[in-house]
Ligand binder design. Structure first.
Ligand code: ZN
Length: 214
C-alpha cells in the first residue's frame, strides 16, 4: 500500500480526535504530508473514524489530483492543500469543531495567551480566520493570513484549524487549544483573566521546543 505508515498515522490521529472529544460523528478531518513525494494523506469525506482502515485514507498530489484511494477526500481538502502549498514547513493539518474553542469562534474573539500551555503548544494568541463557507476557495487563504507563525487559528462561525511540522504537533495543538479554551471560558465567567506578557510567551515556547520531554 502506498504511504502505509503515513496513512496509519493519519488514521490514528483521527481516532484520537474522538478519544479527546474534539469531534462528533463525522465532523473534522486530518491530513499529513509526505515530505519526500509531497503527497498528502487525508481522511475521506463523511465517514466515521472508528470504522476506518488505512486503505480508506485518500492520497492526493499537491494539486489535489487523486493518487491512490477509493473514496472522495474530505470536503475541506482545498484548504488543507492551500496551507501545505503556502507554509512549506508544515506537514500536518487538523480540523475540529471542539466545543469550547468554537464558542470563541462564534463570538469572533481570539483566545489570548492566558496559560503557559497555550504558549508551549501553539506559540501565541489564537486568532480568528475570516468566515468562509465550508469547502470554499477562500478558506485556505483566510487561514494562512490569520495563523502567521502560530500552530492554530479559529474559523469564524465554524471551528478550529491546527497545523504542525508533524501530525503529533498538530494533534497536540488541537488538544491543548481545547483545554485552554475551556479554562478561558470558565475564568471569564468568574472574572477577568490575566494575559501572559510577550516575554513569558517566548520563554514558554522555547522551553517546550528545546528543553521539555526526552
Ligand atoms: Zn468543519
Amino acid at each position: 500500500m502506498l504511504l502505509e505508515k503515513l496513512r496509519e498515522e493519519v488514521l490514528e490521529a483521527s481516532k484520537k480526535l474522538i478519544y479527546y472529544n474534539l469531534v462528533t460523528l463525522t465532523g473534522g478531518n486530518v491530513s499529513g504530508r509526505d515530505p519526500e513525494s509531497g503527497y498528502i494523506a487525508i481522511t475521506p469525506s463523511g465517514m466515521e473514524y472508528e470504522k476506518l482502515i488505512p486503505e480508506d485514507i485518500v492520497i492526493l498530489d499537491k494539486e489535489g489530483n487523486l493518487v491512490d484511494g477509493k473514496w472522495k477526500p474530505s470536503v475541506d481538502t482545498k484548504a488543507h492543500l492551500y496551507i501545505y502549498n503556502h507554509i512549506p514547513k508544515i506537514n500536518s493539518v487538523i480540523h475540529t469543531h471542539s466545543v469550547y474553542a468554537s464558542c470563541f469562534s462564534v463570538l469572533n474573539e481570539s483566545i489570548p495567551v492566558i496559560t503557559t500551555t497555550l504558549a508551549n503548544a501553539i506559540g501565541g494568541e489564537v486568532p480568528v480566520a475570516k468566515y468562509t463557507p465550508v469547502g470554499d476557495d477562500n478558506m485556505g487563504p483566510a487561514i494562512v493570513e490569520a495563523i502567521g507563525d502560530r500552530l492554530a487559528c479559529l474559523l469564524e462561525n465554524h471551528g478550529v484549524m491546527t497545523i504542525g511540522p508533524t501530525i503529533k504537533d498538530a494533534l497536540t495543538a488541537a488538544v491543548m487549544l481545547e483545554d485552554v479554551a475551556k479554562i478561558y471560558y470558565f475564568a471569564r465567567s468568574i472574572g477577568k483573566p490575566q494575559i501572559l506578557p510577550e516575554s513569558e510567551v517566548k520563554k514558554a515556547r522555547d522551553l517546550y521546543l528545546y528543553v521539555y520531554g526526552q
